[in-house]
Every structure is written in C-alpha cells, then in structure tokens.
Write a protein that binds this ligand. Sequence first.
Ligand code: NAD
Length: 275
Amino acid sequence: MKSIHDYAVLHNGVKMPWLGLGVYKSQEGKEIENAIDHALEAGYRSIDTASFYKNEGGVGKAVKNSTVPREEIFITTKVWNEDQGFEKTLKAFEESRKKLGLNYIDLYLIHWPGKDKYKETWRALEKLYNDGSVRAIGVSNFQIHHLKDLISDCDVKPMVNQVEYHPELTQKELHAYCKQESVQLEAWSPLTRGNIFTTPTIVELANKYNKTAAQIILRWDLQNGVVTIPKSVTKSRIYENADIFDFQLSKEDIKKIDALNKNKRLGPDPDEFIF
Ligand code: NAD
C-alpha cells in the first residue's frame, strides 16, 4: 500500500480503496459537501454513508458537482434496522439511490445484524447485486456466528464486513474468520473518535516515525489488511488522514499496537443491540 489509489480486491473482483472518508454526523449541506470536496482533492476515492446518517443527499450533490468521474468514486451506503426484510430493503435501497442521485451504488451493507431478519434482508441485497444495482454487497457489525449462519444459507457470500475496529478492539478471531472466508474487513471508528491519541505507545510511535497519532493508527489498519474510513470535516485533518502512504511500520511496532487491545467497544455490542 504505497499510494492513496491502492485498493483491496473483493472476492468478486471489485476494487475497493483501502482508505475512505467516513461521514457519520457530517451535516447535510455545506459541511458534508466541503468535506467531500477536500477529500476528493486530497485523493480519497471512497465515501462511507448510510441512510441512518441522513446525509446521502449531500454525498450525492458533492459527487455530482465534482470533476472526478463518478466511476472513479466508490460509494457505500447501508440499510437501516427498521428497513430490514425483503420488500422493505428493496424500497429503502431505492430511496437511498434516489437521494444519492446515482444509477448504481458500489457497496450496499446491512447496517446491523439484529436478531432474525438479516437472511431475508440478504435476499434483497442478492437481488440488487444480480440486477446490477450494486457492484458489491456486504454486512456490518456481524459477529462470527452471524456470518456462519448467513454463509451457510446464501447464494452470494458477503464481500465486506464493516465493524468497530481500532487498537483497543482488534477483533482478532473475527478478522481471522473473515480472511478464511474472503470477506474483507473494514474498520469503523478507526480513530476511536479521538480517544487514544495520548496512549503512550501511540505517542512513542508517532515520535519515532515523525507522524501524528492518527496517521500511526490508520497505517496500522492498512498493514493489517483492513480497509479504513476515518471521519473528519476539517480540511487539515482530511489531508492528514490521507498522508499515510509514505512510511511503513515495522512488524514489532505493529505488534506493539496489537497489544493495546482491551476488547473495548465505543459502540453497542452487536449481540445485545437487538431490534
Ligand atoms: P473516527 O474514529 O473516524 O473518529 C472521527 C473523529 O475523530 C472526528 O470527528 C474528529 O473529532 C476526530 N479526528 C479525525 N481525524 C483526526 C485527526 N487527524 N486528528 C485529530 N482528531 C481527528 O469515528 P467515526 O466517525 O465513528 O467512524 C468513522 C466512520 O465509520 C463513520 O464516519 C461512519 O462512516 C462509519 N461508522 C460505521 C458504523 C457502523 O455501524 N457501520 C458505526 C460508526 C461509524
């Protein structure tokens, strides 16, 4: 991973950039449009939104107004919990597509597994995939048991699992299982929303490599083979988070960061977040 244009190849051959811009809590309107402008200018080619974020319209507008061709931008959105189920998902997808103003979406994800509707929801994602409305389909916040259950009973295997992943939650077993099944792992809250920038190991490595704490953590994602989508609406931080392709962490330093794991979540535990 030597360039911002490098990508992971999903199991169906679709290329997904290793780095993307997260837009959770980015306000619809100027805030998100400016953030996406800065990101595209900095070289990002992937944007992660969701119907739940209520900013798909802003993402669509920014992409439409950009000089970067649509085909070069990888857009992810997600079906929200209350829209799970076959027909409801198809309807939710059409709403997302309309808000985004796009003919196709690059990656459509089930936002949370919930309890007992994800297989029905998955059938809708498979239909959208087979129709050519989406280039790849995947899941988010799926644990190993959810994935096993889905994989044992599906036609198209998920291409991506987007989960909370950062130095305090390294998801080792889940990551190994995803690798075994060719499901690309993607990190949400990769920067722990700014909560571990003062951790001594991270500060020590930032000094050693002459990089910022955020850059050390994002580089660790890449070297662990995890797609990452840090969020920011601040131009300088958007650039900073993209400046991670000109250095390499040593194996020992990767292990030092791995050792910070505390199995500590910022967000809900997917097994307890039942709707
Ligand atoms: P994050 O870890 O990316 O942290 C974002 C926050 O960190 C910013 O708001 C800013 O305050 C700070 N920050 C960013 N860059 C910085 C820098 N260089 N220096 C200092 N501070 C910096 O957290 P996130 O937004 O929760 O996660 C990223 C993206 O993941 C989201 O925007 C969203 O797209 C996705 N996400 C998905 C789910 C899911 O359930 N699938 C859940 C949460 C987030």
